[in-house]
Design a protein around this ligand. Structure first.
Ligand code: PEP
Ligand code: MN
Length: 340
């Protein structure tokens, strides 16, 4: 349930309600909004009597949260969450400005990454993507450069100011990846790796959580809930397409998820049109459509030489293509009262 405090509730009253929630055997989570403070009471509250909280000084009302995901729900927090991605170019997701994250699928070499970073920055990106730990379907395929790749990403950030978004695949990599990354990507295949969700939840590094290949929206939201409930509110949802019967694209990219997430949640949602389609020729139009649908960001695979990319070349656009579509993306963003 959520305890909505009166507009002029004092810090002492908030502390008193928090204590009462703990005495109920529940965990409190205080959210200071622009207009008022709400306190979430987390845990199994079915047998708890909300009237006991309603009478406390400074309390306006106590409401049940109907969604299974509490902290991620719009019921809990009406204001949109804005997540700062890091870097020095003001990258953020959830505010007026749309986050543009671009870069190769994988970090392949220092030259490749530094060159690509500079090129996507010139095209207009404020964050750089690139995998150092790659979840590959075949164990014989390129698995990423590991820590060496992370060091290259950090160097790219130092040289360009781009925020670094990179995947963490396992609990025992979290500390290492946090040392170099600005945003931890949890990949589609790990969306239901609950130990990993809890581990990234214990950090304060923003998390880009990708939707699982066959996850429902509710399962996706509950995965985000794991991260927030463990203490990290900086969650960015990422739709990267789901597996369907369709074969003309690698995945089916359901853009209706954007307005639906905005209806049910305060979290930002970004679109990955690269994994989402699997074909570079489909990426520019899906970028346009995502912005028109209200997406809070795009994460795009860009490679200087897609033909020779070690991973996902077929779905990588060039930085030049990115630069070419930017004027249109800007116009569409302005039409829906956003900026990119
Ligand atoms: C990627 O971003 O390169 C990637 C592997 O993504 P996903 O987890 O969405 O497949
Ligand atoms: Mn990829």
């Amino acid at each position: 349930m959520i305890v909505v405090m009166e507009q002029n509730a004092t810090p002492a009253q908030i502390a008193h309600v928090s204590k009462a929630i703990r005495e109920f055997g529940l965990k409190e989570h205080v959210i200071v909004g622009t207009e008022r403070t709400v306190i979430a009471a987390l845990g199994d509250d079915r047998a708890k009597n909300k009237e006991n909280l309603e009478v406390l000084p400074g309390v306006e009302k106590v409401m049940p949260v109907l969604a299974k995901y509490k902290m991620a729900s719009k019921e809990m927090k009406k204001d949109r969450t804005v997540v700062n991605l890091g870097g020095t170019l003001g990258a953020s997701a959830g505010g007026k400005k749309i986050a543009l994250i671009a870069g190769p699928c994988s970090v392949e070499s220092r030259e490749q990454l530094l060159h690509c970073a500079q090129a996507v920055k010139e095209a207009g990106a404020t964050a750089l993507r690139g995998g150092a730990f790659k979840p590959r379907t075949s164990p014989y395929d390129f698995q990423g450069l590991g820590e060496e790749g992370l060091k290259i990403l950090a160097e790219a950030r130092d040289k360009t100011g781009l925020a670094v978004v990179t995947e963490v695949m396992a609990v025992d990599q979290v500390e290492l990846v946090c040392k170099y990354a600005d945003v931890l990507q949890v990949g589609a295949r790990n969306m239901q790796n609950y130990n990993l969700l809890m581990a990234v939840g214990k950090t304060r590094t923003p998390v880009l959580l990708k939707r699982g290949l066959s996850a429902t929206l509710e399962e996706f939201m509950l995965a985000a809930e794991y991260i927030i409930a463990n203490g990290n509110p900086n969650v960015i949802l990422c739709e990267r397409g789901i597996r369907t019967f369709e074969t003309y694209c690698r995945n089916t990219l359901p853009l209706a998820i954007v307005p639906e997430v905005h209806r049910i949640s305060h979290l930002p949602i970004v679109i990955d049109p690269s994994q989402g389609t699997g074909h570079a020729h489909l990426v520019p139009d899906m970028c346009k459509a995502a912005i028109a649908a209200g997406a809070d960001g795009l994460i795009i695979e860009a490679h200087d030489d897609p033909e020779h990319a070690l991973t996902d070349g077929a779905q990588s656009i060039t930085p030049k293509t990115l630069k070419d579509i930017m004027p249109t993306l800007r116009k569409i963003a302005a039409a829906v009262d956003r900026e990119i």
